[in-house]
Ligand binder design. Structure first.
Ligand SMILES: Cc1cc2nc3c(=O)[nH]c(=O)nc-3n(C[C@H](O)[C@H](O)[C@H](O)COP(=O)(O)O)c2cc1C
Length: 242
């Protein structure tokens, strides 16, 4: 068994510690930034309902209720409900200069996380893989046909994932954050993803649905499914909802 101090995780945390002495040299890397938004220009666009009714929900109750649940109802989800869940993940709630501020916080307002959806049972939306366009609040179709079983396979064959009405998949565009924060940026990227997933779980609970965070996955199998290179952009997290 390797000693904790020999693991790449430990060494990474150690190497990216800020101290009063190193703060100047450690802040920032001279690498080119990436665009702040991703858009699939040629993809079929599906407009999401902008102002769907929000179920009355009380934060304290939702915090008590939130659980990782691995059984999902058979009934389909409305497009309104899917739109609300996407809004909870990455909805724009304010603008500050060039930054589109969202429902979840992000280090430096850089928003390195992209959201994709494997839609299985959504009313009026044929099954497929989609990218969520934050700026236009649209889904962009990447492929047609049931994708949740493929996601489940790529997530260490955790079969409950294939029963979801929709699977939310999050990737990290490393350069978007790391051009500013350097090596330390990876810490922030993973924290950003955690905030988004908690928002999704609370929103799913408000809709009376089940959800489960999943990070056990064959990274490149999911990257291939979504057409990501696994270098500039790589899948890090997902959550089935139903
Ligand atoms: C980063 C992270 C990764 C997780 N990965 C998985 C996973 O791959 N499969 C799974 O069934 N649950 C996964 N979970 C869910 C945890 O098992 C669950 O959060 C934990 O048992 C506590 O239960 P609770 O979320 O209901 O409070 C993950 C949770 C987190 C936060």
């Amino acid at each position: 068994m390797p000693d904790l101090r020999q693991t790449s995780g430990y060494l990474y945390l150690h190497d990216t510690k800020f101290t009063r002495k190193n703060i100047r040299e450690k802040a920032g890397l001279a690498i080119a930034p990436a665009p702040a938004f991703k858009e699939y220009a040629g993809a079929e666009k599906i407009a999401l309902p902008v102002n769907p009714a929000r179920p009355a929900a009380e934060l304290w109750g939702l915090l008590q209720q939130r659980r990782s649940q691995r059984k999902f109802a058979d009934n389909p989800m409305s497009l309104d409900d899917l739109a609300l869940l996407l809004w909870a993940c990455q909805g724009v709630t304010a603008q500050a200069g060039p930054y589109l501020l969202r429902t979840a916080p992000s280090a430096g307002a850089l928003y390195p996380i992209e959201t994709y959806v494997a839609a299985e049972r959504i009313q009026n939306l044929p099954a497929g893989l989609f990218h969520f366009n934050v700026r236009t609040f649209q889904l962009e179709r990447l492929s047609e046909g049931a994708a949740a079983p493929l996601v489940a396979r790529a997530a260490l064959d955790q079969s409950f994932i294939s029963q979801a009405a929709a699977v939310f998949i999050w990737s990290a565009v490393l350069r978007r954050n790391m051009a500013k924060y350097g090596q330390r940026g990876l810490r922030y990227i993973l924290l950003d993803a955690g905030h988004i997933c908690q928002n999704l779980q609370l929103a799913a609970a408000a809709q009376g649905r089940h959800s489960c965070p999943v990070a056990a996955l064959y990274d490149d199998e999911l990257n291939n499914l979504l057409g990501l290179d696994g270098e500039e952009e790589s899948v890090i997290y997902l959550a089935p909802v139903g």
